[in-house]
Write a protein that binds this ligand. Structure first.
Ligand code: TRP
Length: 337
């Protein structure tokens, strides 16, 4: 059979968010808030990756609830389900099927080098399961099924993108061109929002210290309180400088929410001290999140609507995924009936 052309000339974007933990402003600024602009120019797939989430033990009711929540957040952050494909990974069986095949084209040594695996396995010594180890292969399947050109991710996921490219190239070379080789899209600003409690660490949605992360759904007074408590240094100048990790992070956050440049911010807060600056960061953050939170609350009250989005999304996604998977099955030598 002749390689089919892509149905549209538009390039394809794929990204996924895990329904584990409560999403933070790091997820918002680094990912969700940028997703909307892609839908104008790209054919976009945004996935709630529940199968990735179970590589760490989850409470079933919470996983289910968070799956609805992430979908609602996607929409609340501005994604229009009619302009992109929003879906849940476990609703499209092709992901798990392709992941199995790609497992057989991924080397033990490659996976052993993944820093996220090393990190997560040292934090979960009681449950270093095979899924945690092959996590990047499932991620590769997610991306390659849709022939994605561009994958918006945080800087910490770059290594997983590299292994995805390696797997795709290996498969293409062994058989014939099958997969598009994807590029990572790492936003310059907001790619890495750091913890408010330890600004040398990335802000994480699973951090146990409540004051480390600002959640997208935190109430206004909570947000302001968290920024007030943010760890800084013993200096008083609001300037971006090496060694001032806490202030640098707050300047980045303020810049992301206001669109102001670092120089503008330094000028604005000259001679005003950290207290005033922290309050201002808290206020712009709370102001920006208020409409997202209001829309989220409405959506969470309408499960029927969210489920209809999931159903439509799964059908659209599966249409594309099935085409890629059937090509792959043919190439590896499975009997196609
Ligand atoms: N591993 C990603 C993360 O933790 C989530 C993810 C799963 C993903 N599959 C993906 C991101 C495919 C982009 C593309 O952030």
């Amino acid at each position: 059979m002749i390689n089919e052309q892509k149905p549209t000339a538009k390039k394809t974007v794929f990204s996924g968010v895990q329904p584990s933990g409560n999403l933070t402003i790091g997820n918002y600024l680094g990912a969700l808030s940028n997703f909307t602009e892609f839908t104008e120019t790209y054919n976009c797939y945004y996935c709630v990756v529940d199968q990735h989430a179970i590589t760490i033990r989850q409470v079933p009711a919470e996983l289910r609830q968070r799956t609805y929540e992430v979908l609602a957040l996607y929409i609340a952050c501005g994604l229009d389900p009619d302009k992109c494909t929003l879906f849940v990974q476990s609703h499209v069986h092709e992901h798990a099927e392709l992941a199995w095949i790609l497992n057989c084209f991924t080397m033990f040594g490659e996976l052993s080098r993944m820093t996220q695996f090393k990190d997560k396995s040292s934090k979960n010594t009681g449950n270093v399961n095979a899924g945690l180890f092959t996590y990047p292969v499932l991620m590769a399947a997610d991306i390659l099924l849709y022939q994605a050109d561009l994958v918006p991710v945080g800087a910490d996921q770059n290594q997983h993108l590299e292994i995805t490219r390696d797997i795709a190239e290996r498969f293409n070379n062994l058989y014939s061109p099958t997969f598009t080789i994807p590029d990572a899209y790492i936003p310059k600003e907001g790619a890495k929002i750091m913890s408010l409690a330890d600004p040398t660490k990335k802000m994480s949605k699973s951090d146990e210290n409540d004051f480390a992360s600002v959640r997208i759904l935190d109430p206004r007074d909570g947000i302001i309180k968290k920024f007030k408590r943010a760890v800084t240094d013993s200096d008083t100048r609001v300037v971006m400088e090496p060694g001032k990790d806490g202030i640098n992070n707050l300047i980045t956050i303020y810049s992301c929410f206001t669109g102001k440049t670092v120089e503008e911010i330094e000028r604005e807060f000259e001679g005003r001290g950290y207290g005033e600056f922290k309050l201002a960061v808290g206020e712009v953050c709370a102001d920006a999140l208020a409409p997202v939170q209001a829309r989220f609350a409405e959506l969470m009250n309408d499960r029927a609507y969210l489920e209809s989005v999931m159903k439509t999304g799964a059908a659209k996604a599966s249409h594309t995924a099935a085409r890629t998977l059937s090509k792959v099955k043919r190439k590896v030598g499975f009997v196609i009936l």
